[in-house]
Structures are given as C-alpha cells and as structure tokens.
Write a protein that binds this ligand. Sequence first.
Ligand code: IDP
Ligand code: MG
Length: 169
Amino acid sequence: MICLVLTVFANLFPAARGGAHERTFVAVKPDGVQRRLVGEVVRRLERKGFQLVALKLVQAPEELLREHYAELRQRPFFGRLLQYMRSGPVVAMVWQGLDVVRASRALIGATDPADAPPGTIRGDFCVEIGKNVVHGSDSVDSARREIALWFRADELLCWEDSAGHWLYE
Ligand code: IDP
Ligand code: MG
C-alpha cells in the first residue's frame, strides 16, 4: 500500500524520483530469450548493484510495440523492427538505482553491436543492429513512459534492499 502511494506520488511529481530511486526499463528481446541470454542480462545488472523492481515474460502485442517504438515509425526498418520484436517472447524488466538509465545503457553498449565495446552486452553477444539482444531506456523520461507502457503500477515491487547500505554512501 505504502509502495503504491509512493509510486503514484513519484509519477505525479517526477522530480521526486531520482538518485538511488531512479528507474529504467530493460527488455531482453526475442533473440536474447531464444539464445538463453536472459540470465546473462539479469546477472550483469544484478552484479553491478542495481535492484530488480519488476520482471515478466511477455508476448508483446503489436499495439504495445508500435507505441514503445513510436519515435521510429518513419524509419525504413520500422516494419522489420516490429516483426523482430513480435517473433517471440520478451523479458520485460524494471531496474532501480543511482543513474540506472545512463549506467545500464553503458552496460548494454551501442545500438550497433559493431560499435559496442567488448565487455558490454551487445559487444559480447551479437553482431547485427537488427538483432541486438536487449533494450534499455535512453532517458529518465523515456524510462517513465516505457515502464508505464509495459507494467501496471501494482506490478512494480517495493522491497527493502539490504545491499543498499554497502552500495551507497
Ligand atoms: P537503442 O535500442 O540502442 O536505443 P534505437 O535507435 O532506439 O536504439 O533503435 C531501437 C531499435 O531499433 C534498436 O535497438 C534496433 O533493434 C533497431 N534498429 C535501430 N536502427 C536500426 C537499423 O538501422 N536497422 C535495423 N534495426 C535498427
Ligand atoms: Mg532507443
């Protein structure tokens, strides 16, 4: 209940969410699920120190994907992108932590795997831009929009992070 109130409050007053409570939307795309990379992606975010707030396996409906990638709708690859994202289940997640949007993008690596350095998820596990294994929100505003698109408020869990004391000053 307290969590629900906090979530509603944070959504009404975006400035209230930030710092160690910043959240991002990460998804293992259908190729990542098929290639058994779900655990690898979770492991990398976990070992960094981020906190898992929500996770589910979803066969994403086209409408959701159109909305999720709305800003790319004029791009020539948009149709292929929708087809790719509908080609199997996706693991949708919300992660929380200090600068999690920026830091998780760094862990994921550049959009084109050829530009993603070794050590990043895309740098280590894929070769082509159209099969790049994982999604991560590109800004705090996108994260807020994407989390609301993929999750109901009651699917976001508030739980006491006992590692927080060892991760934050
Ligand atoms: P991002 O996933 O790194 O944020 P965006 O530019 O937001 O990159 O593009 C969203 C997704 O669209 C990419 O992750 C990739 O799957 C796909 N995409 C982007 N550019 C291309 C392209 O030139 N060809 C095919 N697919 C692309
Ligand atoms: Mg993007």
